[in-house]
Design a protein around this ligand. Structure first.
Ligand SMILES: [Zn+2]
Length: 232
């Protein structure tokens, strides 16, 4: 799901306003309707994989379906426009930078300065590799920022040589940001797919104290359960 806590909450703002005062600002309403349409479409992909009967046709109905398509197309075009504006601004700032005649080596150094976009928890993930993606404006490599979108439960791994036990959890992370340090192009999660930056993967991090305790509690319960059945 591409639900964005900041921009997509307009849906709730409009609903609250309508509920409490019977007022609706048509611009805000329009924007909210577009967001809701997009979120519904994404939900439908999920629900359809569980229940084939609930598809777009049954959900929207034939009359609404064409309006939905129209609205999504408009939404897509608005995003494309927004992306083009950001790129134009980045292009101008890159032009100014080139006037300083810094040379490729200096620009590459500039590009490589880590903007520290990632969720701090990822710094401890041994199998996390920082995503870099070529900038479509200046051609240097920008940085992809990730956010954890899912976290599993703790599991133990034994180090036989030292007889030590380590606890880990697997996390799902997603690309949510892009920043180029050279031209300054900076993109939020809703514009990333337009630039072909889509990255969802699993990484492993050390489990927290609470997660280890939850695992131990679970193991105790399992043990007691087995004992109970053995005694019967
Ligand atoms: Zn750039």
């Amino acid at each position: 799901m591409s639900y964005n806590a900041q921009s997509d909450q307009k849906v709730l703002a409009v609903r609250n306003l309508a509920l409490h005062s019977g007022q609706v600002d048509t611009t805000a309403f329009n924007e909210a309707l577009t967001i809701m349409t997009r979120l519904n479409e994404e939900l439908l992909v999920v629900t359809q994989s569980h229940d084939a009967a609930l598809n777009r046709n049954t959900f929207w109905g034939a009359d609404l379906l064409s309006q939905v398509a129209e609205r999504l197309k408009e939404d897509q075009e608005t995003r494309k426009l927004e992306l083009e504006e950001l790129k134009a601004a980045a292009r101008r700032s890159y032009e100014r930078l080139k006037e300083l005649n810094l040379g490729d080596e200096a620009l590459r150094e500039l590009a490589d300065r880590d903007p520290e976009l990632d969720d701090p928890v990822l710094l401890d993930a041994p199998n996390f590799e920082q995503g870099r993606s070529e900038c479509s404006v200046c051609g240097f490599f920008g940085w992809v920022g990730y956010e954890a979108t899912g976290r599993g439960t703790a599991y133990a791994e034994l180090d036989w040589r030292h007889d030590d036990e380590y606890h880990f959890v697997d996390m799902t992370i997603e690309a949510v940001q892009y920043v180029c340090r050279v031209c300054g192009l900076s993109l939020g999660s809703d514009l990333l797919p337009l630039e072909g930056i889509v990255d969802v993967r699993e990484v492993t991090v050390e489990a927290t104290r609470e997660e280890i305790e939850a695992l131990e509690q679970y193991q105790i319960e399992q043990y007691l359960m087995e004992e109970y059945h053995r005694d019967r």
